[in-house]
Design a protein around this ligand. Structure first.
Ligand code: MOS
Length: 745
């Protein structure tokens, strides 16, 4: 009997190459004879393009080609809707838009020529606030979308009036969460070329190679098998590589050059400024909440409204919004619910996937409300949550039963125990002798695993078993992107466990769409569950074939999860998500009363992962997610003014460094098996960062008595709020430091 491989912290399969520098990231790729491409970006957030003159640029020696909209066979792409041109021609809608690609012998020449292109713009009114953009009479950003409203959804359950009538306490709040930049270390880069079979090849990194390939095939109007996407490992992704960045531009460059009789590879590398403007951000979200509860703490009703800033194109906005709306009540049973949300086009950078995909916005609102409710009820905030958390068989706001395996209560209990909550809970307003005041806060959260609301969901894997007597080698082929999360390792573990062979005998191949089947994106915390299941079932079937004497035994398996359904348009009734991850975090802060600086000292992070396939990888995800959420809450401030970028580098956009991170992050891994998941696993990656912001704000309130209702909460905001409070200004909502007061939704 071999020892179990599931649950072991086996060493990551990619670790040695990464730490020794052998791994090639997209910027490292090199091919003999390659040319270099540079993008001409829109200098205006919203304008008509009157003319573009490339004559001077073309004269620069060393320029191979200048591509414009005329060179694109079908000038449209997009993750959900094809509302983005590859190269803009008549109009620009944000500073992410691109007008031309200049290809030259070297990068400097390409840059020089690009800067000689003359563009004449006629400015259009710039919309930067979705609440203004959706008003009647606002200029239309996409002419076919009246009111600039890109998506709208709602959930109405029960009787709201009755719910609030039954409440002894009603808490209302308005909140705002801002843009977030993924800030991955590795900016976008890659190579495009034509391979020896005449296929258009893009060698880069991303989150979903097969989907990139499909979008490119549509844009170039070529059959899918004429496009090949190869991924290197990613230097971070966090949702930011969900949309194409350089992919389609490189494909276009290689394909068009070939048509012009130049069959040479093309390389493109974005600098940090290009990366900032060239990929989408987290949706800024304006929220309004009303929550009712009885005096013993039972929730009776929640009413919530969301307006999300989608920016200049759709990206995954409709899916993010659907997540916001379905997760808006928090992981609680609420009898009466009314949630409305819309995503609105503006001339800001497009918004799309960022770790959490709508959950951080929704959880911010729902947990700030729970924190205030606990205060209003004079009830311990852990106890308040205990009275309301979802359990097995709970009915959700969408009027369907929560999928089996509900671990939210266990995360609450275990994290409270770990943090010694009873003690801390009783001294929650303690003041220390020094100028630093300590506070502690708590928040719960939930996030779906996998695609939702009827979106087709599948993952396909091939298992190949080699040998004679024994299985000497197993090769798993699956198009699951390695974005740093360790998917190659856990898929190898699942294969080894299922086949009953040592982990070292399994190889996982994932990098080339011409070799591996599609497994969906590295997003929605889905690969452990989805690709894990695909690998497990492929291995089980391959094992059967092996036992029947097949050598090598080769099997392909497509896994499909339980079907989800879309919203009923009137009530929002649906089966939105087939699996969830649950988490509770407790944050301890020290607030410097003289400088306003908030030091996050300790975080206890409990998460129901179903089954810890590889505990060390999960701890890594938890620690990374906590620090990323810390940055979003206390430091990061992505500033656009009038649609133009003010934040242009990592010197302006402060992410936490080793000096900022908590003294300790205590990971509490909870295992309430998901009966559908491989070996019980659910998902991990996004749940780690969706709930720390409200926990920190609860802790700041605990320390100072001030409720902040928007993030980031920077030192100057705290200081100004403390001063305002000292001056006797009660009603801290209106005195949040430098923050503008929220306009009514
Ligand atoms: Mo992730 S935010 O679902 O790419």
């Amino acid at each position: 009997m071999q020892r179990k491989i599931i649950g072991q912290s086996v060493t990551r399969s990619d670790v040695w190459d990464k730490v020794t520098g052998k791994t090639l990231f997209p910027g490292d790729l090199y091919m003999e004879g390659m040319l270099y491409a540079k993008v001409l970006w829109s200098e205006r957030p919203h304008a008509k393009i009157l003319s573009m003159d490339i004559t001077e640029a073309e004269k620069v020696p060393g320029v191979a080609a200048i591509l414009t909209a005329e060179d694109v066979p079908c000038n449209e792409y997009g993750l959900v809707f094809n509302d983005q041109p590859a190269l803009n021609k008549d109009k620009v809608r944000s500073v992410m838009d691109r007008l031309a690609i200049v290809i030259a012998e070297d990068e400097r020449t390409a840059k020089k020529a690009r800067d000689l292109i003359k563009v004449e713009y006629e400015d259009l009114p710039v919309l930067t606030d979705p609440r203004q953009a959706m008003k009647e009479g606002a200029v239309l950003i996409h002419e076919d979308r009246k009111d600039n409203i890109l998506a709208y959804c709602k959930i109405h359950k029960g009787d709201l009036e009755k719910g609030f009538a039954e409440a002894d306490v009603v808490v209302e709040g308005e909140y705002f969460t801002p843009h977030a930049e993924h800030a991955y270390l590795q900016p976008e880069a890659g190579l495009g070329y034509i391979d020896d079979q005449g296929r258009v090849v893009v060698h880069t990194t991303g989150q979903w190679a097969h989907d990139d390939g499909q979008q490119i095939a549509h844009m170039l109007q070529l059959p899918k098998d004429q496009i090949r996407v190869i991924y290197t490992p990613a230097g971070g992704a966090f949702g930011g590589r969900e949309d194409m960045s350089v992919q389609h531009l490189l494909a276009l460059a290689a394909w068009r050059l070939d048509k012009l009789g130049v069959r040479r590879p093309v390389k493109m590398v974005w600098d940090r400024k290009e990366s900032f403007r060239g990929h989408h951000k987290r949706h800024p979200c304006y929220m309004k909440y009303k929550t009712g509860a009885t005096k013993d703490g039972k929730l009776t009703a929640i009413e919530a409204e969301f307006i999300a800033d989608a920016g200049a194109c759709a990206s995954s906005s409709s899916a993010v919004l659907a997540n916001v709306v379905t997760l808006a009540t928090g992981p609680y049973e609420v009898p009466n619910v009314k949630v409305d949300g819309c995503a609105v086009y503006t001339n800001n950078l497009p918004a799309g996937a960022v770790r959490g995909f709508g959950a951080p916005q929704a959880i911010f609102g729902s947990e700030m409300q729970m924190a205030k409710l606990a205060e209003a009820l004079n009830m311990d905030p852990v106890m308040l949550r205990m009275k309301n958390v979802l359990g097995e068989g709970s009915i959700l706001a969408t009027q369907t039963v929560v999928p089996e395996g509900v671990g939210i209560r266990q995360t609450l209990v275990e994290v409270a125990e770990e943090a010694g909550w009873t003690d801390k809970g009783s001294q929650r307003t303690g003041e220390t002798a020094s100028h630093v005041r300590h506070g502690v806060g708590v928040a719960c959260g939930w996030k779906n695993v996998g695609y939702s609301l009827g979106f087709p969901e599948q993952a396909t894997a091939i298992a190949e078993l080699y040998g004679n007597e024994d299985i000497e080698k197993a090769v798993i082929k699956i198009g699951a992107a390695e974005v740093g999360q360790g998917v190659m390792t856990i898929l190898g573990q699942i294969a080894a466990e299922t086949l009953g062979i040592p982990y070292e005998r399994v190889g996982v191949v994932n990098d080339d769409t011409s070799v591996v089947p599609g497994a969906g994106s590295a997003s929605a915390s889905r690969h452990a569950f989805m690709s894990g299941n695909a690998v497990k079932f492929a291995c089980l079937e391959a094992l059967q074939a092996w036992r029947e004497g097949q050598r090598p035994a080769i099997v392909q398996h497509q896994y499909r999860p339980p079907r989800t359904t879309p919203f009923d348009p009137d009530t929002g009734e649906c089966f939105p998500h087939f699996s969830y991850g649950y988490a509770t975090q407790i944050a301890e802060v020290g607030v410097d009363m003289e400088t306003g600086e908030v030091k996050l000292t300790r975080v206890y992070a409990a998460q129901d992962v179903g089954k810890a396939l590889n505990p060390q990888l999960i701890e890594g995800q938890i620690e990374g997610g906590v620090v990323q959420a810390q940055g979003w809450t206390l430091l990061e401030d992505f500033i656009q003014q009038g649609g133009c970028l003010k934040t242009k580098s990592l010197a302006d956009y402060l992410i936490p460094t080793v000096w900022d991170v908590p003294n300790e992050i205590v990971s509490v891994i909870v295992e309430v098996a998901d009966p559908q998941g491989p070996y019980g696993a659910r998902g991990v990656g996004e749940m780690t960062m969706m709930l720390l912001a409200p926990a920190i704000l609860d802790a700041i309130h605990n320390a100072t008595g001030i409720w902040f209702s928007r993030i980031p909460v920077k030192a100057e905001d705290v200081l100004l709020a403390l001063k305002a409070k000292k001056k006797g200004a009660e009603g801290t909502e209106a005195s949040e430091g430098s923050h503008q007061p929220l306009q009514t939704l």
